[in-house]
Design a binder for this molecule. Structure first.
Ligand code: AFP
Length: 313
């Protein structure tokens, strides 16, 4: 059955966000659709494996990381975009005048390429100082007007936070459109806890206490792709946790293009997202690749984490 009865992404955005923002979201949608095709045929197109290079995060760059980064750069370099900040680039790429700074993770969950769903994440910010972002003037996630992520699963789903609301779209390969399929997503009561339990011996006593409190009575699910776990948290109820640990004392995930977009989506869906104490959207960011802890999901589970985390040892 054709999906033509369902609103398209363009129709949904029309009048809901400024035209400049709508153009960026549509460009993100187009690049994601093209990446979906590349992922679906990667073994046939010699797109699996590593490039032999490492990125600014000192991670081995997968061929698809590079492919995705080039694709998003080409698609997002449009009028109105002042600069692009990508997980794969050491420095922000300044494009010129414009109101928007677009931060993105072109391929989230690289360790799952070819074996499990991966994704892409975007945050559209306003009010960044001119020129390449160097943190002289801190920014926060509250400066985002739109945040979104795509999960390249079956179906391929895009989740968007616009104007304090969260909606889900599915990609229709027949007419290559994004269609509104999950309007007004609301965070549910927690059922699942998503965390890498293998790191337990790296956690401080307060993190151990807080993780146990947040996860109490929940079932475990962890994929290694933040976007897949967060989609489950949104659609089925739960909490996603990546706390600081002895290997990543400041946290592993990155603020501008992982943590803050998830924070805006979770808060807009009636959930919560903290760094252990405060909302991640209130954390000052002073570096393009600043890292931080993240606990995001159902309010009751996040609150259990915060209370246990702040209880003295
Ligand atoms: P990669 O994109 O480098 O694979 O990292 C994925 C990620 O940022 C996030 O998507 C996962 O939730 C998390 O890292 C997985 O990290 P661990 O392998 O340390 O559990």
């Amino acid at each position: 059955m054709p999906s033509s009865h369902l609103p398209t992404l363009g129709a949904f955005l029309d009048g809901r966000v400024p035209a400049g923002v709508a153009a960026i979201v549509e460009a993100f949608g187009d690049a994601s659709a093209a990446l979906r095709d590349a992922l679906a045929t990667a073994p046939l197109r010699d797109l699996l494996g590593a490039t032999g290079e490492t990125n600014v995060q000192e991670e081995a760059t997968a061929k698809l990381d590079q492919y995705a980064n080039d694709l998003f750069h080409r698609s997002l370099a449009i009028p109105g975009v002042a600069q692009l900040i990508s997980e794969e680039d050491a420095l922000p790429v300044v494009l010129g005048g414009g109101d928007y700074t677009v931060c993105f993770d072109p391929l989230d969950g690289s360790s799952n390429i070819g074996v499990a769903p991966v994704g892409s994440v975007i945050g559209i910010y306003t009010g960044f100082p001119a020129g390449p972002f160097d943190g002289a003037t801190p920014v926060t996630g509250r400066q985002m007007s739109v945040a979104g992520f795509v999960v390249y699963g079956l179906p391929t789903v895009m989740v968007l936070a616009t104007g304090g609301q969260v909606d889900g779209f599915a990609f229709d390969p027949e007419d290559r459109t994004w269609r509104l399929v999950f309007p007004g997503i609301r965070a549910q009561r927690a059922k699942y806890s998503s965390i890498n339990w293998m790191y337990r011996d790296r956690w401080s006593p307060s993190v151990v206490r807080a993780v146990d409190a947040a996860s109490h009575g929940l079932r475990g699910r962890y994929s290694g792709s933040m976007v897949e776990d967060v989609l489950r948290v949104l659609m089925s109820g739960g909490v996603f946790l990546y706390p600081e640990d002895s290997a990543s004392p400041g946290g592993k995930l990155r603020m501008l293009y992982e943590i803050c977009p998830i924070g805006l989506i979770m808060e807009s869906a009636g959930g919560a997202a903290i760094d252990g104490n405060r909302a991640v959207l209130d954390v000052p960011v002073t570096e393009p690749h600043q890292r931080g802890p993240l606990v995001a999901g159902a309010v009751e589970a996040v609150e259990r984490y915060r209370l246990a985390y702040s209880t003295p040892d």
